[in-house]
Structure formats: structure tokens, C-alpha cells
Design a protein around this ligand. Structure first.
Ligand SMILES: [Fe+2]
Length: 289
């Protein structure tokens, strides 16, 4: 048997995969081997560099717990998360586009009636949200489930706040007959992605900022329509162009209207300055089953 040299080992590895039963796996694995081998050849990877990469990935895995997923964060900052989403959710420009889901969604969020205050006493500048959910023809989508969640004025989610166990700044709503849902909360702030792990090392070594622009997360589901996982960013946020997870899309930049006390549509409901955010979401029909 001839020795496997640099130019023959790729074919040799791929030939060991020929009995893979699952058709999709039989497509994925040879392609993965080809691309990894091509990368090693292209950069002339040294043994020290290979060992350093193994150490980096090992530590990335060791950071993962039920409350923290460093591998997903790594996928996010390398643009893989948004690339996979783009390939799987191509939509017409008029439809609401997806963005990253992020790590802060939680299943035990409360179901709240229209107009509810979901801040649960967390301090911050009031935010009044008015949402409208339409289908691709412009007709209202009644009964759609709308999850919202966001950070506080310091960029922290409820699960990061000391002494708080109950959900806050998150809720599940249902659209009414006109496709509308409204709620009151507090204005979210920009915040950094976790910088104390391997992803932080990567970001520092490449001079990339950790800060994400402020946003409200939304997840909209209705029978017969594609699920929308998205977020809305304030148009005046200084971090729109440097989002480390590549979640910003032009159509997701929204006007967070600032109002002085005693002016505007909610003057009777707020003693201080407040923000109004209105947005129309357009759902695409689900592909035929
Ligand atoms: Fe977020």
C-alpha cells in the first residue's frame, strides 16, 4: 500500500465514506473533508497552529453550559448563523426578514393581554410598541403568536439581573382581528456579546468591537405562514454598522420616535420622555407541505 502523501490523502479519506447510508450525510461529509483539507493546504497550516486551533475549539466546548452556548456565539460572529438563515429563509423584499434569535429567549415567558406593561418594574424610559401583522396580500393576520423580548436600559436581559427569577421585558401576545398587538415596556440599550471566552479572544485579536446595537426581539408564528424570527434596531444607534453577529438588515432599522413629556400619542401615560415604536410585519405563506 502506498504511503498517503499530501496530495492523495484527501481522496483516501473520502473513499472511506462511500458506505454512508444517509443520503444527505453522504453528500455533506466528503464536501467537509475536501474543504478542510483545502484550507490546510491553502494556508500551509503548521503543527503549532493546528494544536492551537484544537485548544481553541476544546475551550469553546468547555465553556458551553445549559445557560451559555459559546459555539453558537462563534457561529454568530463568523457569519455562519446568518448565512444558514439566509439560505433557508429567502423571502421577497416586502416580507419581514429574519435575524439571529440570540441566546436570551426563554420558554417560560408569560402570555399577556394586548396593551400590557411587560417591564415588570424594571426601571427605564417608557417604550410604547404598536405592531401590525399582515399577510403577503396586505390582509391582517388575526391570532398570530407574537413573542417579544429585549434588554433593559443597561443592556441586561432579565435572566442576567441579580435577584430576579420571574420573567420581565418579555411576553407572548396574540394579534387581534385587525392583526394588531400593542404593549408597553422600557427602551432597550445596546450591549456587548460575552467577551470573557474564546469568542472574546477572537474578537480582540481581530480588533472587532463586542457591542451590538440596541434591539427588540420578535418571533411571530401563525398557521400557514413562515415563522419570522427577527429584531428591530433604532435608526440612530451608533453600532448599526458593526454588529458583531451580522444581524442588522436595512428593513429591520426602525424609527424609535422620541417624545418629550406631555406631547405625542401617549402624553397622558408617561411623566417623562418616552419612545413610540410602530412596525408592520409581513408574513410569507409557508411552503405547501
Ligand atoms: Fe438581544
Amino acid at each position: 500500500m502506498p504511503d498517503l502523501l499530501g496530495d492523495t490523502i484527501t481522496d483516501a479519506v473520502i473513499s472511506t465514506l462511500r458506505d454512508t447510508e444517509d443520503a444527505r450525510l453522504a453528500e455533506l461529509l466528503p464536501a467537509l473533508v475536501r474543504h478542510v483539507h483545502a484550507f490546510v493546504r491553502e494556508v500551509g497550516l503548521t503543527q503549532q497552529e493546528w494544536a492551537r486551533a484544537v485548544d481553541f475549539l476544546t475551550r469553546t466546548g468547555q465553556l458551553c453550559t445549559p445557560a451559555r452556548q459559546e459555539f453558537i456565539l462563534l457561529s454568530d460572529v463568523l457569519g455562519v448563523t446568518m448565512l444558514v438563515d439566509a439560505l433557508g429563509n429567502e423571502r421577497p423584499a416586502a416580507a419581514t426578514q429574519n435575524s439571529v434569535m440570540g441566546p436570551y429567549f426563554r420558554d417560560d415567558r408569560p402570555r399577556r393581554p394586548d396593551g400590557a406593561d411587560i417591564s415588570e418594574g424594571v426601571p427605564g424610559s417608557p417604550l410604547f410598541f404598536e405592531g401590525l401583522v399582515l399577510d403577503h396580500r396586505g390582509a391582517p393576520v388575526a391570532g398570530a403568536g407574537v413573542d417579544v423580548w429585549h434588554s433593559d436600559a443597561d443592556g441586561h436581559y432579565d435572566i442576567e439581573l441579580p435577584d430576579r427569577t420571574d420573567p420581565a421585558m418579555r411576553a407572548l401576545f396574540r394579534t387581534d382581528e385587525a392583526g394588531r398587538f400593542t404593549f408597553r415596556s422600557i427602551r432597550p440599550s445596546s450591549y456587548p456579546i460575552p467577551g470573557d471566552g474564546t469568542v472574546g479572544e477572537l474578537m480582540r485579536s481581530t480588533g472587532r468591537p463586542l457591542m451590538r446595537p440596541a434591539h427588540v426581539h420578535l418571533l411571530i408564528e401563525a398557521p400557514g405562514f413562515q415563522r419570522v424570527t427577527t429584531m428591530l434596531f433604532p435608526s440612530d444607534d451608533p453600532y448599526l454598522d458593526v454588529d458583531p453577529v451580522f444581524g442588522v438588515k436595512e428593513s429591520l432599522i426602525a424609527a424609535y420616535e422620541s417624545h418629550e413629556p406631555g406631547t405625542g400619542p401617549y402624553r397622558a401615560h408617561s411623566e417623562g420622555p418616552y419612545t413610540v415604536l410602530r412596525h408592520t410585519f409581513v408574513l410569507e405563506p409557508a411552503p405547501e407541505a
